[in-house]
Write a protein that binds this ligand. Sequence first.
Ligand code: SF4
Length: 67
Amino acid sequence: MEVAFDATFDEQRKRFSFCFTCEHCAHFDTDSGECLHGFPNHMHRLSYYEHTPPPRTILFCKDFDLG
Ligand code: SF4
């Protein structure tokens, strides 16, 4: 699911420690930085949302499983 990324979301995700990226997913390989399912995960990584300038959209992974 892809939705707009804005300053409000960015402030709230930090304030509430919202977990939605690969780094918090049970299917993430911390050694390789890849998804264990083989999904392309560039847009699901935390670094994508902490980049300057920030992205214009959030791409939530349908297979996210809190690890
Ligand atoms: S399932 Fe989705 S959120 Fe989890 S590691 Fe793979 S790409 Fe990332």
